[in-house]
Design a protein around this ligand. Structure first.
Ligand code: NDP
Ligand SMILES: N[C@@H](CC=O)C(=O)O
Length: 359
């Protein structure tokens, strides 16, 4: 049985949910997936860092019993009050680094450095962080290729819903010429709550409590989060090389509750839509903007934190993938699916896994 030692960078909603998943389903994962997961390091801005590479690694249940705000690694064996990210990523003997710090839409830091350090140290990386992937994806993929490690980021678009894998692996033989969709759980949730009579501020606060929103929800309501997702998808699926400047972006903050309710009474639903289309000359034109969709539009019925993406293909016409677009557990599943991808590559002998150790 292979065992992968994993280091969690950032211990907020998503990586904590991954730890919960590992703690709750560890034995089941071994039986079902053919590998065990052992958490050997955790770093977090507030809690500090914790490293245990002996025995079963870090005992997760006692950590998870502490409320996030009260977690402090400094008094624990192997603990320190500082996150010590670079040292942990480079020096602690882990097979996989799971990066889930906040998304920075401007330069991708500090996650960009976290991903680079891991690849340079010969470790596989999975991340839900959109910054490094949208802003530096091609360079990081090349770095990972040269280092012989995996760089996985399924959770960066539509959380745990396997939209990137579907587009990459299931669309063989099809030409994808464009896509449009609802790609932000928070804004979609907020628009729905406005329709129900809530204020904008209260609806955003609910989305924060439910774990959908970014650490700074400006990215959700101003559309920057969707802008990054459009870049990731267009670069992955349409072979584009979009920068933020290539994706004009308007969010939902200018919409009032009254606008949304009036539209609903007229049979229209406001949705924040991200899209990209390849033109005949090969250029890719992308945008993010709120649109008042007629009730019969396929995206109009997509509600709450659910997202949906319609891919426009040559042989199948439009293929739509729908599912959760945000959520702690749903996004932790994306990280697990990345680890499964790393494992499959190891056992299928594509040769990019460090030696899988025996538990
Ligand atoms: N939640 C979701 O539904 C989804 C999230 N994502 C992405 O996943 C990532 C994590 O999301 P989520 O868990 O919800 O966010 P959280 O804000 O809950 O967690 C991020 C954690 O990282 C910590 N952190 C910030 N900077 C550092 C640093 N330099 N070193 C160590 N730890 C750091 C934060 O500490 P502190 O709180 O003290 O700042 C916090 O505990 C984000 O990039 C987000 O965009 C992607 C898809 C869906
Ligand atoms: N804040 C984002 C989380 C997932 O990327 C969202 O609401 O969709």
């Amino acid at each position: 049985m292979a065992r992968y030692d994993i280091a969690l960078i950032g211990f907020g909603g998503v990586n904590r949910a991954l730890a919960e998943l590992i703690a709750a389903r560890g034995d089941g994962l071994e039986a079902e997936l053919g590998f065990a997961l052992r958490v050997v390091a955790i770093t977090d801005l507030r809690a500090g860092s914790l490293v245990r590479t002996d025995g079963d690694g870090i005992a997760l249940a006692p950590l998870l019993a502490v409320a996030p705000d009260g977690l402090d690694f400094s008094g624990m064996p192997g603990g320190s009050p500082e996150p010590r990210n670079e040292w942990v990523i480079r020096e602690v003997p882990a097979d996989i680094v799971a990066e889930a710090t906040f998304t920075n839409p401007t330069d991708g830091e500090p996650a960009l450095s976290h991903v680079r350090w891991a690849i340079e140290a010969g470790k596989h990386v999975c991340t839900t962080n959109k910054g490094p992937v949208a802003l530096h994806g091609p360079a990081l993929k090349e770095l990972a290729r040269q280092a012989g490690v995996s760089f996985e980021f399924e959770g960066t678009v539509m959380s745990g819903t396997p939209v990137l894998r579907t587009a990459r692996r299931m669309f063989g033989g099809l030409a994808v010429n464009g896509f449009e969709g609802i790609m932000n759980g928070t804004s979609n949730y907020v628009l729905g709550r406005l329709e129900s009579g809530l204020s904008f501020a209260d609806a955003v606060a609910e989305a924060q409590t439910l774990g959908y929103a970014e650490a700074d929800p400006t990215a959700d309501v101003e559309g920057y989060d969707v802008q990054l997702k459009v870049m990731i998808l267009a670069n992955e699926v349409l072979g584009a090389e979009l920068t933020r400047a290539d994706v004009p972006c308007t969010g939902i903050s200018a919409l009032t509750a009254e606008d949304v309710r009036r539209a609903a009474s007229e049979g229209l639903r406001w949705k924040l839509v991200g899209s990209a289309e390849r033109h005949a000359d090969g250029t890719v034109v992308a945008r993010v903007a709120p649109v008042a969709l007629p009730a019969e539009h396929p995206l109009a019925g997509v509600s709450g934190p659910t997202n949906a993406l319609a891919f426009h293909t040559d042989l199948l016409g439009t293929v739509t993938v729908g599912g959760p677009g945000a959520g702690r557990t749903e996004t932790a599943y994306a990280l697990l699916s990345d680890v499964i991808g790393i494992h499959h590559r190891a056992v299928s002998g594509t040769g990019i896994l460090q030696e899988a150790r025996r538990g």
